[in-house]
Design a protein around this ligand. Sequence first.
Ligand code: CA
Ligand code: CA
Length: 294
Amino acid sequence: MGIKACLEDKGIMQLKLKGKKQMRNRKRIIIAMMAAGCICAGGCGIKELSSEILTVVESMTATSEEAAAAPEEEPPTSPADTARPPETDTAALEAYSAALEAIFSQNIWPDGKEIDEGEYKAGGFSGNKFAVCDVDGDGREELLLNVTSASMAGMFESVYDYDPDTGTITEEFRAFPMITYYDNGIAKCEWSHNQGHGAKLWPFTLYEYDSDTDTYVYRGSVDSWDRDLAAEGFPSEYDADGDGTVYFLYDDENMTDSTTVDGEEYQQWLDSFLTGGEEIRIEWKDLNEETIKM
Ligand SMILES: [Ca+2]
Ligand SMILES: [Ca+2]
């Protein structure tokens, strides 16, 4: 899906802004909305995105003269209007594009660390993916890499952020590549292994984006025990609803201690993080030398 289609999809093209002042706001809104996550829904590459952004802005400017004669309206007060200025976002896109090229030309990850060729490239470096999307909800796009061309232990998904002050890219989050991002800043990370007694629920950890540190912080983990899977020692005293499953909540990252609860309390715990958050749909693209050139 192109940027224009993406904008129409989100109803942005229907903004009825009139007058020259409003046209300036309108341009800022279009760019800011892209920065706020529209880009990740588009099916195009970074360089293509940059040119599409310019095309959309130019077409907006071209129609501003007709709109100038229309009566004035109240200026928009969308929060997106106060987002980071567009030239900075362009710099981020250029930095991400260069970082993707460097994976192949310089054998380094986007944060500058050397790629272990034996681990990641010996098998052909295939099946890996990338995306550009605002996953942490701070109004700016991050670069995401989903890397599976490795042993289980080497597989990862990373969120890289561009710092406009230093012009560098840093890694703000990394986990096993089974992550679901929510637009309230929560990342649900499924474990690479399920070694417990629970089969109905795959264990996972929740992290939450912290804008002060521009990183994700641990918020809790959950594992479970199904009596059907292992009856011996099953803690029936916690199975209040009698469905044969209990849950273990870990509130410290070392997971030394857990609280055993039943389904209702587990659901309340989960709701306390996910209620009000919508899953972010990420448009992944294959990571290879051709796709990053688009
Ligand atoms: Ca962001
Ligand atoms: Ca139960």
